[in-house]
Ligand binder design. Sequence first.
Ligand code: ZN
Length: 144
Amino acid sequence: MTEIRAPMSAPAPPQPLPDALSQPYWDHAAKGELALPRCQACGTWHALPLEFCRKCGGKPSFQVVSGEGEIYSFLIEHHPVAPGFDGLMPYVVAMVSPREAPELRLISRLDGIVPDEVAIGMPVRARFVDHPGGDFKLPVFGPA
Ligand SMILES: [Zn+2]
């Protein structure tokens, strides 16, 4: 007797969990826009959504940026650390300094670059890709 088995599907990667503070980020991402929190009072950029500015206590809001930046640092991932990324091995995870706020470090996957050719200081640009297993779009950075 032959057993018919469904093909194994690849596990979905972990999904973002938006909250009231981060929802505007995901709303912009759904439109293909990279937006970062910026204090409305003093202009300080923040890497994470905050209720109050850490510098002056003002109210941050999300501001759309160009998506351009440069690689501050990076690593090449050779072993799966989370489900859903096996097919991408090896891939590059980079810290990107955005052009408008070079003091920040955005953590992202690089795409469209051969891992051995990645270099610190390389100019990159964000684009948004569908995140498997949900309705989110995530930024990845590639050659500018
Ligand atoms: Zn401020």
